[in-house]
Design a protein around this ligand. Structure first.
Ligand SMILES: [Mg+2]
Length: 244
């Protein structure tokens, strides 16, 4: 484990924590290949059930619709499912199809969105870590750990869509700590996003590890961080560093 932003020699001892909190998307699996596949399957479903909508919006067009909803309704930013569902309702309406088809269309997208391909180190790393630490998930996304097949390894999952507030807000990190019956400084959060995960967790009083899977990942984002953090490239490295 290497130190981020502050030389290792001045890092306080942050280990061992009493529990681990995990981001999901891009920490345990790459999210964009999954979303792109889900959008292709969604478009295929629309070709059969709402052909006018499928003709008007290709898979990339469906993404633009969803992004437009996100821009116009920032208050839904914590609820990706709602934004996707509303974008489908709008697309169906614009094309003259039945807007009620937004529900079954969303189900097709949502099913496909759960079919993630874990990073090669993820399952083994989580199993090693879960033998020693309670694990909790803290996600701004809408993945379902049971459908991903990881629910047996996690004690709890806190999602922005259900909780109503997303990272980097301290309240979602504190909700995860309450589930664990621990204080923030006793929990170590691991995530790929420097602003949402690392800065968010540190500001909420947790310790933090930046999951930097790719050289250059996150280099463009340099939030001001209140305290030092560590960096790992994968879950094997994290499990080794924590002595699991
Ligand atoms: Mg992430």
């Amino acid at each position: 484990m290497t130190a981020g932003s502050i030389p290792e020699s001045v890092l306080p001892a942050i280990l061992p924590p009493l529990a681990l909190s995990f981001d999901l998307d891009d920490t345990l699996w790459p999210i964009w290949p999954t979303i792109e596949r889900a959008e292709r399957l969604l478009h295929g479903w629309l070709q059969t059930h709402a052909p006018a909508t499928a003709a008007r919006f290709d898979a990339a067009g469906l993404r633009l619709l969803r992004n437009d909803i996100a821009r116009r309704f920032p208050e839904w930013g914590h609820d990706l499912s709602r934004m996707r569902r509303e974008s489908l309702r709008e697309g169906l309406t614009i094309a003259g199809d039945d807007p009620a088809l937004a529900e079954p269309a969303f189900d097709v997208f949502f099913d496909a969105r759960q079919q993630v391909e874990l990073y090669a180190d993820a399952r083994d790393g989580l199993e090693r870590l879960a033998r020693r630490f309670p694990l909790v998930a803290v996600t701004n996304g809408n993945s379902d750990l049971a459908r991903v097949g990881l629910d047996g390894l996690f004690r709890h999952s806190v999602s922005a869509s259900k909780f109503g507030i997303g990272k980097p807000d301290a309240r979602i990190f504190h909700a995860a700590c309450r589930h664990l019956d621990l204080r923030p400084h006793e929990v170590l959060h691991i995530g790929d996003d420097l602003a949402l995960d690392v800065a968010g967790a540190l500001d909420a009083g947790l310790e933090a590890v930046w999951m930097r899977r790719h050289e250059g990942a996150g280099d463009e984002v340099a939030p001001v961080l209140s305290r030092p953090y560590h960096t790992v490239a994968n879950l094997t490295e994290l499990a080794d560093a924590l002595g699991c």
